[in-house]
Write a protein that binds this ligand. Structure first.
Ligand SMILES: [Zn+2]
Length: 288
């Protein structure tokens, strides 16, 4: 059923060689530029139709799929011997946007796992999501002494978290289990238990001292409640990431398993605090 162009959109054959098509090559760059500036596939398709540019000879109408195919075509980066029309950076940014916009289409459900982990970067207080009368989403620190408010749309926040998760996915070595601290806690618990046993056996210590020991030991046990993130879950994620690129499932698992808090900064950036204490923060300048 599919009508095939002899050459991919953006190219023509001249003297037996694939060359950039003067107008179509510009159109390809224009489409990438529009998409990266935030235009939807549909808006771009409508703009193409309006400008009277033809995707193929049978119709002057553009649809979303035509735009999508152009945005996903690696030939424009010079793959398969085609002349390059877009930079690797723009191409990668477009693929990233495609995933972000697809993954987070039903925003309410995608925000929920972030919402449960959102904290204030300034004071680590809980951040609560709210909407003002004009419908803009803002996050407000629930710590009365702080009250930091950060205005972030669901889509922007989801995109920022996605970006951090992808950076984390590129650095699987950070997914180490929080082992050493726990060993220390265990040693301290054993020491306290021994001290308490000895004090009880001696029978000579003041009730106050015994009480202090009992309470301290209880606090220790409380701090040793089962780790909600078993080390082997982190290990599994690390192995999965070392084997290949992260898909949407892996990124979701990273958020659920490896991330303790999503820290919202007053500068409207996002940091991820991992369960092992590592922080994933801006490594490079944010670009739209
Ligand atoms: Zn705060």
């Amino acid at each position: 059923m599919a009508w095939q162009r002899k050459t991919p959109f953006g190219y023509l054959i001249q003297d037996g060689l694939l060359q950039p098509h003067p107008q179509e090559a510009d159109t390809v760059r224009y489409i990438f530029g529009q998409y990266l500036a935030g235009a939807s596939l549909l808006a771009i398709a409508e703009s193409m139709t309006q400008q009277g540019i033809r995707y193929h000879q049978h119709t002057a109408e553009w649809n979303k799929n035509m735009v999508k195919r152009i945005l996903e075509n690696a030939k424009y980066t010079g793959a398969e011997g085609c002349p390059r029309l877009v930079s690797d950076e723009d191409f990668a940014a477009a693929q990233h946007q495609r995933t972000v916009r697809n993954t987070y289409a039903p925003l309410a459900t995608e925000i929920r796992p972030i919402q449960s982990k959102a904290v204030c970067a300034r004071c680590s207080g809980r951040m609560a999501r709210g909407t003002r009368s004009h419908g803009r989403v803002h996050w407000k620190c629930q710590n009365e002494g702080c009250g930091q408010s950060v205005s972030l749309s669901d889509e922007t926040l989801a995109g920022l978290v996605d970006r951090r998760l992808r950076e984390l996915a590129q650095a699987p070595h950070l997914l180490t289990a929080p082992g050493s601290q726990r060993a220390e806690v265990d040693m301290e618990a054993i020491r306290l238990r021994n001290e308490l046993t000895m004090a009880l056996n001696r029978g000579a210590d003041s009730p106050e001292y015994i009480k202090t020991l009992v309470l301290t030991a209880a606090a220790q046990r409380y701090s040793r409640l089962p780790d909600p993130t078993p080390a082997h879950d982190l290990e599994q994620l690390r192995v999965r990431l070392e084997q290949g690129p992260a898909n949407a499932d892996t990124l979701a698992a990273l958020l659920t398993t490896a991330v303790r808090t999503v820290r919202l900064t007053p500068e409207k950036t996002v940091e991820l605090e991992l369960v092992n204490g590592e922080i994933i923060t801006d490594t490079k300048e944010e670009s739209a």
